[in-house]
Design a protein around this ligand. Structure first.
Ligand code: FAD
Length: 566
């Protein structure tokens, strides 16, 4: 019997994974990868690291070339070959050889599309097609940028867009010694984080010398500057556009592949498109969010590679358990590690989900160790069930470990009670006896059970402006060093003697450094029959981070007498 032929369109994350899986499942299969670019199997995710010098040669970004694929996996990969049409009824694709313009056909038994997404280049920016405007999508882009930087002695760069790619590129160029302005049209970078957590990222970018401009956008690019919607001008000899990606699916659509409601290729649970024997995976497809049960797109490498394996498994009649996505991601920004999974507060509000959030600031490892540091951790859960919906973590320590635990919990349908009891590894260099995630569950259960009340730290300015009664439960020295203007210092160590000072006829707000002392104070006060005290989430450490960037860049008077990030 003739061996089946598998043609894969796109030879990077999804495509290369699918092809390799097919080979593992059938040693005799005829496998052909076609990619319109000059490289296959390169590390998209490491492209920015070339600009910082962490990767010192562009060629090192390529993991496998066609020769490597042939030698190691006995599969054929052709570069600079663009699939320009699918003729599904004839089981063939029309291919254009971009090196000489020749057009030819390739037949297939099964076709897997993994064409990815392309960077959005908005047409409404004047000068967008200038030679000093670039995107960072593949190895060729990196090469072109490198050549331009060297030829023009580039020192001033504007990066447009504060998503993953924009932030990574900005950081990497900064590390190479350039002057970087990062312009983001929204009021925060990294939309997968809530506004309060994003302020820590803003602080880190600002403190490391990135000129971060939010709530403004580039409207014009010139040879040596950009002009923003606000009228502000920023020096720039090079501009990197990183405002997002869109599925690269014109060819597929023109060939009759159906598109879903979010603009990605519509696939079923086995990654089959509407065309017979045509599958699709990766950035190009629409997926379903397993928490909201809604359609979405998630252009990330992990989902692309897992979908590719599943698509190949499905073709070979193997069981495919498509759980959809929850959205887990991580980024390192200078000395901060930031990670997130599942739904954030904004998403819960958008979806009309009744949720609560526990924001805690525990040490990432035993405090006595010199390299321990506070991890800002937010756990989001459904009210009143306690079903875990999402989490965000930012700190100098291990954020991804905690978020990965929550991702596992969400995937397995976990509740706060499950997380509270989760038995995790502990020794001082790695964590605390009750790990960050255990503590978050305990705080979450307290909130869910109404054991105390809280307000989000985003309310802090309003509380101060309204002249609310705010107790600072830190010890005197910490209060004297810096505090919220107008707050009253009643340290935890004095609360039992001074509880008579606390007004009973109004809501009273309390904070300490990380909400540990304020929580103890609330419990003690409840013992004295005082139940009108509400905790301010995040406490001093949380809101000094939260306020810092805006205080510094807007010139507004701070509501704090100073900042304390220790
Ligand atoms: P791609 O890997 O983009 O591959 C698509 C390929 O298809 C391309 O090579 C293209 O040339 C080819 N192609 C398209 N159309 C045709 C056609 N008609 N004919 C022939 N070939 C075609 N994800 C993470 O999870 N973590 C990260 O840290 C991360 N960092 C990133 C950093 C950067 C700078 C970039 C650009 C992406 C990053 N990503 C990251 C995203 C990740 O790289 C993508 O989600 C992943 O590569 C998607 O895989 P894919 O196979 O769908 O598409």
């Amino acid at each position: 019997m003739k061996n089946k032929k598998y043609v894969v369109v796109g030879g990077v994350a999804g495509g290369a994974s699918a092809a390799a899986r097919i080979r593992r499942l059938n040693e005799n299969a005829e496998i052909l990868i076609l990619d319109k670019g000059p490289n296959i199997s390169f590390s998209n995710c490491c492209l920015p690291n070339f600009f910082s010098g962490e990767i010192n040669c562009v060629d090192n970004l390529v993991l496998f070339g066609p020769e490597g694929f042939k030698k190691m996996f006995n599969l054929e990969a052709k570069v600079n070959q663009e699939v320009i049409k699918i003729e599904a009824d004839k089981h063939k694709v029309i291919v254009k050889d971009l090196t000489n313009g020749n057009v030819y056909e390739e037949s297939y038994d099964y076709l897997i599309l993994s064409p990815g997404a392309r960077a959005i280049k908005p047409t409404n920016i004047k000068g967008i097609d200038r030679e000093n405007v670039f995107i960072v999508k593949n190895v060729n882009d990196v090469r072109k940028i490198d050549e331009f930087v060297k030829a023009n002695n580039v020192k001033d760069v504007v990066v447009v867009g504060g998503g993953f790619i924009g932030v990574e590129v900005a950081e990497c160029f900064k590390k190479s010694g350039m002057n970087i302005t990062l312009v983001e049209a929204q009021d925060q970078v990294m939309l997968s984080f809530d506004y309060d957590f994003a302020q820590m990222l803003h602080k880190e970018l600002y403190d490391n010398g990135i000129n971060l401009i939010v709530s403004d956008s580039v409207v014009e690019v010139e040879k040596d500057k950009v002009i923003l919607a606000s009228g502000r001008e920023v020096k720039a000899t090079m501009v990197i556009m990183a405002i997002g990606v869109t599925p690269d699916i014109e060819m597929a659509v023109d060939s009759g592949v159906e598109v879903g409601e979010t603009g990605g290729i519509k696939v079923d649970a086995k990654f089959r498109t509407n065309l017979p024997d045509v599958y699709a995976v990766g950035d190009a497809i629409e997926v379903h969010n397993s928490i909201t049960k809604k359609k979405t797109r998630l252009p990330l490498a992990g989902p692309a590679q897992r979908q590719a394996r599943s698509a190949a498994d499905g073709i070979f009649g193997r069981f495919v358990n498509n759980r959809g996505v929850i959205g887990s991601s991580a980024i390192r920004i200078f000395n901060l590690n930031a990670a997130t999974t599942g739904l954030n507060e904004k998403e819960c509000q958008k979806q009309g989900i009744d949720y609560m959030a526990a924001y805690i600031l525990p040490f990432d490892k035993v405090k006595l160790l010199p390299d321990s540091s506070v991890l800002h951790f937010k756990l989001i859960f459904e009210n009143p069930t306690g079903r875990i919906l999402g989490a965000q973590a930012i700190g100098r320590g291990n954020a991804t470990k905690r978020i990965d635990v929550i991702a596992t919990m969400i995937t397995m349908g976990g509740y706060l009670e499950d997380l509270k009891e989760l038995e995790l590894c502990y020794a001082p260099p790695f964590g605390t006896a009750k790990d960050v995630v255990n503590v978050a569950a305990m705080v979450g259960l307290n909130l869910l059970n109404g054991e105390y009340k809280q307000v989000p730290m985003t309310k802090i300015t309003e509380l101060v402006e309204n002249g609310e009664y705010i107790i600072d439960a830190r010890e005197r020295a910490a209060y004297e060093a810096s505090h919220v203007k107008g707050s009253v210092n009643i340290p935890l160590s004095e609360i039992r003697q001074r509880h008579h000072e606390i007004p009973r006829d109004r809501t009273v707000y309390i904070h300490c450094r990380t909400s540990w002392y304020s929580y103890y104070s609330i419990r003690a006060l409840q013992g004295y029959g005082i139940n009108n005290v509400v905790n301010i989430q995040g406490s001093f450490l949380g809101f000094s981070n939260y306020l810092y960037f805006n205080d510094k860049t807007t010139g507004r008077e701070s509501i704090l007498t100073g900042y304390n990030f220790n």
